[in-house]
Design a binder for this molecule. Structure first.
Ligand SMILES: *Cc1c(COP(=O)(O)O)cnc(C)c1O
Ligand code: SF4
Length: 322
């Protein structure tokens, strides 16, 4: 098995190489140098292996290839739709919702997703300092859960994680540690037994929230790793983004839920797209999204239906739309 660091190093950064591997031409897919200049291309080979050769509309390809659609500017789609500033006064720490805080350990990502609001700030770094985070947590005994998001928090190595876990173990009121990550589908090699041992040293429960948008992102390797982590007591959930051309129909969403369950993961949230400049062609309107949810509920058991949510600035929780 290849080391995860090597998998990351060997990621495809030249879209021409990607197209060659998929037997597609630049014209066929509307490749855009301009789109690439604003947000570079990065696709680990594991992910490439899940793509369909010769299909310009492959749902995984749409998520990663810089295309001419991105260069249209559409009103309402802006560079920084969330405008997230640390509300807590601790850089890298967000405390918006009751009982839980979110930490951004790194802005680095294993893959560049074209619909992501980070496309305009791929290198904006705001690493939280451990001492500041600890003193914030000590001052807030009502906080029972710490979330790690990014970027991708699993870009950090095991040693860095081990020191975060041992630091968090000094905060007795922390019950849950949650990691939001794209690694399970993009670089499942990252889910090593060493990393599992690091999380296993946490005093409370561990939850992994993977980010997958299409059933084709699942793999045999993922299934093996999820099983091992579950046996060690880790809970697995998934969040997706509702994306035009990727997963904007009930059959595709149902297939995703079925595949997730098959891999030991339950669907959690289906996010509506953040209106980020360059991603307007991925948008699915609210009315259509809600109709999709009704179709999904008619088709699946309740536990396989994610909640359609919207992150409303200033709200005390994600707003459930359907
Ligand atoms: C999404 C989010 C959370 C987690 O919300 P849950 O509903 O618990 O999944 C926590 N903090 C911030 C700042 C968030 O954006
Ligand atoms: S969706 Fe996640 S992994 Fe993809 S670019 Fe955005 S932060 Fe990075």
């Amino acid at each position: 098995m290849m080391r995860w660091q090597t998998v990351l190093q060997e990621a495809i950064r030249d879209p021409h190489a990607l197209l060659e591997a998929l037997q597609l031409t630049a014209d066929q897919v509307g490749l855009s140098e301009e789109a690439m200049a604003s947000f570079s291309c990065c696709v680990p080979k594991h992910w490439l292996g899940n793509m369909r050769v010769g299909d310009p509309d492959d749902p995984l390809l749409w998520q990663v290839l810089p295309r001419q659609w991105e260069t249209q500017s559409v009103s309402g789609f802006v560079a920084d739709p969330l405008g997230e500033q640390s509300s807590a006064g601790v850089p890298g720490l967000l405390h918006k919702y009751q009982g839980r805080v979110l930490l951004t350990l790194t802005q680095a990502c294993p893959i560049h997703c074209r619909y992501c609001f980070r496309r305009h700030f791929p290198y904006r770094d705001q690493r939280p300092r451990m001492a500041e985070v600890l003193s914030y947590l000590h001052a807030h005994p009502e906080v029972h859960e710490i979330l790690f998001s990014g970027g991708d928090p699993l870009m950090l190595g095991d040693e860095a994680w081990a020191s975060w876990v041992s630091a968090l173990n000094q905060v007795p009121h922390l019950r849950r540690l949650r990691v939001h990550t794209r690694m399970p589908s993009v670089v499942p090699e990252r889910l090593t037994s060493d990393l599992l041992a690091v999380f296993g040293a946490f005093q409370g429960a561990c939850i992994v929230v993977s980010h997958m948008n299409h059933a084709d992102e699942c793999s045999v390797l993922l299934k093996e790793r999820v099983r091992a982590w579950q046996q060690a007591g880790v809970t697995w959930l998934n969040q997706s983004v509702l994306l035009r051309r990727v997963n904007d129909d009930a059959l595709t969403l149902a297939a995703l839920s079925e595949a997730l369950f098959e891999h030991g993961i339950l669907p959690y949230y289906l996010h509506v797209l953040d209106p980020v400049d360059g991603a307007a062609h991925f948008e699915v309107g609210r009315t259509e999204a809600q109709a999709l949810m009704r179709a999904l509920r008619a088709r699946l058991p309740g536990y396989l239906v994610p909640r359609l949510v919207w992150e409303k600035p200033g709200a005390d929780a994600k707003v459930v739309l359907g």
